[in-house]
Design a protein around this ligand. Structure first.
Ligand code: AMP
Length: 113
């Protein structure tokens, strides 16, 4: 999608610190990390929010989870990590291209704010 910053990262129009890529998924470091390890996992297909997941694209969410598990194993995150996805205004979504935040590298508080 033309004006989507994550689509621009996928198309290599703007740089990102990419840690994983396959045919359907990309993962890169968050530019404003909230934790010592803060990665974003996105489908290469533009899906605006979690409310736009449907029978046509749901398989991509599975691909995201497979990539998360692979990267977590490679980064030896056995002590733990958190996977979160913000949907729409009340959750604080600012980039309207579905993504999971992988947060790790320190103990995390629960519940979040
Ligand atoms: P959300 O509030 O869930 O929409 O989070 C969007 C995330 O994208 C934020 O944590 C931003 O720091 C991150 N972000 C925005 N632009 C970029 C970028 N160009 N490269 C890496 N991360 C970005």
């Amino acid at each position: 999608m033309k004006d989507c910053i994550f689509c621009k990262i996928i198309n290599k129009e703007i740089p990102a610190d990419i840690v994983y890529e396959d045919g359907n998924v990309m993962a890169f470091k968050d530019v404003n990390p909230a934790t010592p390890i803060h990665l974003l996992f996105i489908p290469k297909k533009h899906i605006p929010t979690l409310m736009d997941v449907d029978g046509e694209n749901a398989h991509l969410m599975g691909d995201l989870h497979r990539a998360v598990a692979q990267v977590a194993r490679e980064m030896e995150l056995e002590s733990g990590f958190r996977l979160v996805s913000n949907c729409n205004k009340d959750a604080g979504q600012i980039v309207f291209h579905v993504h999971y935040h992988l947060l790790a590298g320190r103990p995390l508080q629960w519940p979040p704010g």
